[in-house]
Write a protein that binds this ligand. Structure first.
Ligand code: NAD
Length: 504
């Protein structure tokens, strides 16, 4: 038996190796050892999930809600233990780990409360022509959903798919990131405590090959969260079996600051949005566009606040290590490229990126076509640009292949600017707030992906609409019969002219 580490095997050949270690990114200590599940293992898990799916669907909305509420209780009571594991595998501070767990718990409560309301059978108007019918729609489970997750929010992110898929009546086979397999296994074990009868949530562990096997395993949908590059591979693999996909990929989110904004709040939000979790947040702030009238004051505030954000592994550190060692080179490259092309680092710089940790970096005067403005950096860096007015800010913010989240700090024009931003979600006068409102859909456009988790849209993503038209009375005009007469056709023509034939 050979054991490999996530970093070396993420790019290398994993054939003939059957376990891997998850490591503490601050110390390289082994946190846990997990199997590299093969395609056969994945197929077997999906088969078990299929049997479990019939039972789970049979529990109905109320039966499932009751189990999901009990799971929510387990998650809440053992949240400190889960946060410790998240801290060990990702390096993020314990408090930040708690924050993502709390949000996931709130989503659990929401799906338990709302699945029936959103997905249960509802009447639709049959229209005048078909007035003798009762028309209904109900949202039925897909069957088995494959969830492939990232490491940066190993609880909150996959739970956005897992909870919604389960509440809609599906069972789930989950492939967590190779950096956070322990968190994935913990989640499945904790659900099994309150649903011991059948494996409604199973975890398969391993690298990209295990994820690819899940795409080809015959699941009814894949919900993927990760990079756009992997998203493309997932779609290609799923195309072979016409398996539908939901893609939650990366972002290059912008924060806009208008001249009438609360600058202290905006600066605080820019620093937290850009640098919490060491900048490793899909909806993290990466670029800031500021009205020229308040630019200098805003920049000074940001540099002041960011200057006190400390990276480290001790309990008082504000940000932890960069979880994926390979990301350090990308962060360094973005900073170096920005500086080489005329940008200035008002805080940090190339030296701020070390062997494990990256300190905050604030860049200004960075050309809009440089990597630091165009590509996802995923580090504690911000680029800040001065704009003439907010129309220029919107144009620049929207000039990206990505379209995930966005933030606006403004008063008079706040809602107008928010809706003009090309993003799936926009927070106004706060940052990332949309992720904590379970009733709001979450997802992106362009290279940030498609489909939605969270909210009613997130429940419907894991269900198929079933339409039923039931004839209640015999129709005065029977249209769907070979015994239809010329008189019926003439009456129908008159009726349709009456209903729809007016010129305006
Ligand atoms: P990644 O794309 O490297 O990996 C994500 C998952 O895909 C992992 O479980 C990985 O093992 C698996 N995988 C890799 N190759 C595969 C293949 N060929 N077939 C099937 N599965 C495969 O992403 P990551 O580094 O874990 O996560 C960081 C990225 O995720 C960032 O781009 C971030 O912005 C994005 N993200 C997006 C959201 C969102 O909701 N939109 C949330 C969190 C993170």
């Amino acid at each position: 038996m050979t054991t490999v580490h996530a970093e070396s095997a993420a790019t290398g050949d994993t054939a003939a190796r059957d376990t891997f270690d998850s490591l503490d990114p601050a110390t390289d200590e082994v946190v846990g050892t997990y199997p590299i599940n093969t395609a056969e293992d994945v197929t077997a898990a999906v088969e078990r999930a299929r049997t479990a799916a019939a039972w789970w669907a049979g529990l109905g909305f109320d039966g499932r809600a009751e189990r999901l509420r009990r799971w929510k209780g387990v998650l809440t009571r053992r949240s400190a233990q889960l946060a410790e594991l998240v801290h060990a595998e990702t390096g993020k501070p314990h408090g930040d780990a708690m924050l993502e767990i709390v949000l996931a718990i709130d989503h659990a409560a929401w799906v338990a409360r709302n699945a029936r309301k959103v997905l249960g059978r509802k009447r639709r108007s049959p229209g005048l022509l078909m007035a003798n019918h009762a028309a209904t729609v109900e949202f039925q489970p897909l069957g088995v959903v494959g969830v492939i997750g990232p490491w940066n929010y190993p609880v909150f992110t996959p739970m956005g798919s897992i909870l919604y898929a389960l509440a809609a009546g599906n069972t789930v086979v989950f492939k967590p990131s190779e950096y956070t397999p322990g968190v994935g296994a913990w989640l499945a074990e904790s659900l099994a405590e309150v649903v011991p009868e059948h494996p409604v949530l199973q975890v398969v562990t391993g690298f990209g090959e295990t994820g690819a096997a899940l795409c080809r395993s015959g699941v009814d949908k894949i919900a993927f969260t990760g990079s756009a590059a992997t998203g493309r591979k997932i779609m290609a693999a799923c195309a072979e079996t016409l398996t539908p996909v939901l893609i939650e990929a990366g972002g290059k989110d912008a924060l806009l600051v208008d001249q009438d904004a609360d600058l202290a709040a905006a600066a605080d939000a820019a620093v937290w949005g850009g640098m919490s979790n060491a900048g490793q947040t899909c909806v993290g702030v990466e670029r800031v566009y500021v009205h020229e009238k308040v630019y200098d004051e805003f920049v000074a505030k940001v540099v002041d606040i960011a200057g006190s954000v400390r990276a480290g592994d001790d309990p008082d550190a504000d940000i932890g290590p960069i979880t994926m060692p390979g990301q350090l080179a990308i962060i360094r490259r973005h900073i170096a490229d920005a500086l080489a092309r005329g940008g200035r680092a008002l805080l940090g710089g190339e030296d701020a990126v070390g062997e494990r940790f990256a300190r905050p970096t604030v860049l200004v005067d960075v050309p809009e076509d440089s990597a630091a403005v165009r590509e996802e950096t995923f580090g504690p860096t911000l680029t800040i640009a001065r704009v003439r007015d907010m129309d220029e800010a919107v144009d620049k913010a929207n000039a990206t292949r990505y379209g995930l989240g966005a933030t606006v700090f403004a008063k008079a024009r706040a809602m107008e600017l928010a809706s003009r931003l090309r993003s799936g979600m926009t927070a106004v006068n706060s940052v990332i707030s949309f992720a904590g409102i379970p009733s709001l859909p979450f997802g992106g456009m362009g290279d940030s992906g498609f489909g939605r988790i969270h909210g009613p849209e997130g429940l419907k993503e894991f269900a198929r609409p079933k339409a039923i038209a039931r004839q209640r009375l015999r129709a005065p005009l029977t249209l769907t019969t070979f015994s239809r007469t010329a008189k019926t056709d003439a009456t129908l023509a008159k009726l349709i002219t009456l209903l729809h034939g007016r010129r305006s």
